[in-house]
Design a protein around this ligand. Structure first.
Ligand code: AMP
Ligand code: GLY
Length: 422
């Protein structure tokens, strides 16, 4: 197949590596890509946010499938433009992508579909915010509506800080004050063709910058999959996945279909396992990063077939995707100053040696080739991914690789997948 992947992160590199690992040889294009992706796909000079440009390229080059990695092209209507011209595309249209972009939209859909989530109150004024804090209690969760790339959320027991956060966003529109959901978080991805869903294997993301879940929220500093501890609570991973498929993914996809905005693409359910049951904390309309880097290497079925089936409305004919027993761990290497003000332009060394460690591969995020060599061009620079038969083995391999990579001032967590089990 000829496949175009839009995006430039480690998630997109992971998607491309999964496509490359299939028996069938694909012709892979990427825009805008990065230095790692350039080794595994042909980089195309194309603005991924320009719907007509993407559709024009797909038609001209007879592309069989377009896979949209990040949210921004979805919001820009790239999937709508492609679908309108009959090109199979894995990614929802602008309207359904609001499930991620608008927290208020997501809450309304969940209410209509009867999906369990925390209580949320919309606040337009400081007085509304204060009233919502009183009604929902501490810790306080305040979310800006709309796109804030993870920065719009604050979770704190410090009422003054929560109020200040809300007041920073109020001039631009209402904020949501949410009930705090207490419990472990799980990311579970579903492929959706607008009608049917197929679950992937769950993963755990580490959102905070520093060890022990300290520091600011980030895009994600590491991840692992599968989650052996789910078995204690649910009897097994399959039981958990069945429950979430039935109570979350299917009702939401049915609801969006009934509203005339079918969701075709990747439904990312961010879940909290509360004492009161599994509840949705957020939806994303795309693969998660860094979770994708640990989920896709374990996928046994050819990814291209699944994505094409979703894009073409044919998931009903597919069995639930199978996953290898191997475990996967990823550690994100980030630039100094991430997430606030990442320092860019510094040289990265030791990559080849790191990638030669058994079971290890590197998914590039913000890298480019300069005269000085490979340089970091953004916050999250690399996902170091390791597979193993046990978590101890995968962790050892991942950290051995991380230790061999040098990037001045770089940051990484040292506790990814710690204590998960042997
Ligand atoms: P979001 O942008 O909605 O994904 O939120 C980012 C992170 O903030 C989540 O992954 C959680 O760790 C935390 N968070 C968001 N909403 C809540 C909530 N209602 N209760 C507890 N933690 C939350
Ligand atoms: N890892 C969180 C996200 O992709 O949104």
């Amino acid at each position: 197949m000829r496949i175009l992947v839009l995006g430039s992160g480690a998630r997109e590199h992971a998607i491309i590596l999964a496509l490359r690992s299939e028996d069938a040889p694909h012709e892979l294009f990427a825009a805008p890509g990065n230095a790692g992706i350039a080794r595994d796909a042909t980089i195309v000079e194309l603005d991924p946010l320009d719907p007509q440009a993407v559709a024009g390229f797909a038609i001209e080059r007879l592309v069989d499938l377009v896979v949209i990695g990040p949210e921004a092209p979805l919001v820009a209507g790239v999937a709508d433009a492609l679908r309108g011209r009959g090109i199979p595309v894995f990614g929802p249209g602008k309207a359904a992508a609001q499930l991620e972009g608008s927290k208020a939209f997501a809450k309304r859909v969940m209410d209509a579909a009867g999906v369990p989530t925390g209580r949320a109150l919309r606040a337009r004024t400081t007085a509304d915010v204060e009233a919502a804090f009183d009604a929902l209690g501490a810790p306080h969760v305040v979310k800006a509506d709309g796109l804030a790339a993870g920065k719009g959320v604050v979770v704190t027991s410090d009422r003054a800080a929560a109020l200040a956060h809300a007041e920073a966003y109020l001039p631009t529109g209402p904020v949501l004050v949410e009930e705090f959901l207490d419990g472990p978080e799980v990311s579970l991805f579903f492929l959706s063709d607008g009608d049917h869903v197929l679950p992937l294997s769950p993963a755990q993301d580490y959102k905070r910058l520093r060890d022990g879940d300290a520091g600011p929220n980030t895009g994600g500093m590491g991840a692992y999959s599968p989650l052996p501890w789910l078995s204690e609570r649910f009897g097994g991973e399959d039981e958990f996945v069945d429950l979430v498929t039935r109570t979350v993914a299917e009702p939401v996809v049915r609801q969006l279909d009934a509203e005339g905005t079918p969701f075709i693409g990747l439904l990312y359910a961010g879940l909290v396992l509360t004492d009161d049951g599994v509840k949705v904390i957020e939806f994303n309309a795309r693969f998660g990063d860094p979770e994708t880097q640990v989920v896709l290497p374990r996928l046994v079925d050819p990814l291209s077939q699944l994505l094409l089936a979703a894009a073409s409305g044919n998931l009903e004919d597919h069995a639930r995707p199978a996953f290898a027993d191997a475990v996967a761990v990823t550690v994100v290497v980030a630039s100094e100053g991430y997430p606030d003000k990442p320092v860019t332009g510094r040289v990265i060394e030791g990559m080849d040696a790191a990638a030669s460690i058994p079971g290890v591969h590197l998914a590039h995020a913000a890298t480019s080739v300069a005269d000085s060599g490979l340089v970091a061009t953004g916050g999250r620079v690399l996902s170091v991914v390791a597979l193993g038969t046990t978590f101890d083995e995968a962790r050892d391999r991942a950290y051995h690789a991380v230790d061999g990579i040098t990037l001045e001032g770089s940051q990484h967590r040292t506790d990814i997948a710690a204590g998960v089990g042997a």
